[in-house]
Ligand binder design. Sequence first.
Ligand SMILES: [Zn+2]
Length: 362
Amino acid sequence: MRSLERPKRVAKGSSKRETRTPFELGGTSIAAGTSATVNLPISRLSTHTEVTMPVRVLHGAKPGPTLFVSAAIHGDEIIGVEMIRRLLKNLSIKRLRGTLLCVPVVNAFGFIAQSRYLPDRRDLNRVFPGSARGSLAAQLAHVFTTEIIARSDFGIDLHSAGMNRENLPQIRYSPGNEKASELADVFGAPAIVTSPLRDGSLRQTADNNGCTMLLMESGEALRFDEFAIRIGVRGILRVMEHLDMGCRKQPAAAAASVRSDGSRWVRAEEGGIFRAMRKTGDMVEEGEQVGAISDPFGDVEIEVLSPLSGLIIGRSVMPVVNQGDALMHIARVSRPGTADDRLNKIEEAAIDDPLFDEDEIM
Ligand SMILES: [Zn+2]
């Protein structure tokens, strides 16, 4: 690992809590050295039942940065909910410096319906920063922007792959953001991929608000994945330690993450039955066969070849495919020579991590 400088705790403005006055959120005042759950009102369902965004605020006694950790912006991407549960078990409010805002279920509507979207089929991660008088999605984004992003110095947003896909645990950040790059290295996920900002994304709004954000991708929609959860929890703790937020000493990452500055999807040339021959986390060569598409009798077989050398960071887990479907997501890798070795070390360290002895999900 390269050596990383600890950030200076610099006063940034009255809303950033550099003084230990109480933290005010949604009409609740959280005293320094205490924690509380605040339910931010969002709307009412058609049944007139109230929908809120629950936020656990940990407001440390000592000054430090404000960090948000969020999950389920896409309602079916539930893996981050478990990461936040385990994170909270591993933190002590007594030691905490700065303020931690945990938002395990940003999109309650999608979470309840086990859907990526809001009831009007809008994608919450395309309507940021939102508006107080816009669509339901825009109003929800507005609450998150004003109550969470605008008050945070740093953020970690937890995602999984979409339906019928899986992702290798990986950190994404905006190209050119040096602070995010440093935190991505500290996190210690198997892969780091720089990816351009998308219009209307939470990440773009964080960028515009001077909030340094990492996005974690890992696992499948509607599923837990023990390996990915371990990588995520340990990574968040490492980032908090690096930001001097009063965490216990964290073990450094077992190896440097495999870095990539771009990726490509391999798509189905024709419809048929897809068999993957390589898995996420595998390194592949340009022109190497990564799968096959056949007809149901096996009479016709089309080889699926990798168009580039790199790391498989995502793939479809759905064998029934139409022409043009995305099959394998392959990231270009800058140091391919040592990548296999580093990926193995990171995987072994996560399997042996003593932090999770009591928590393992089968
Ligand atoms: Zn997502």
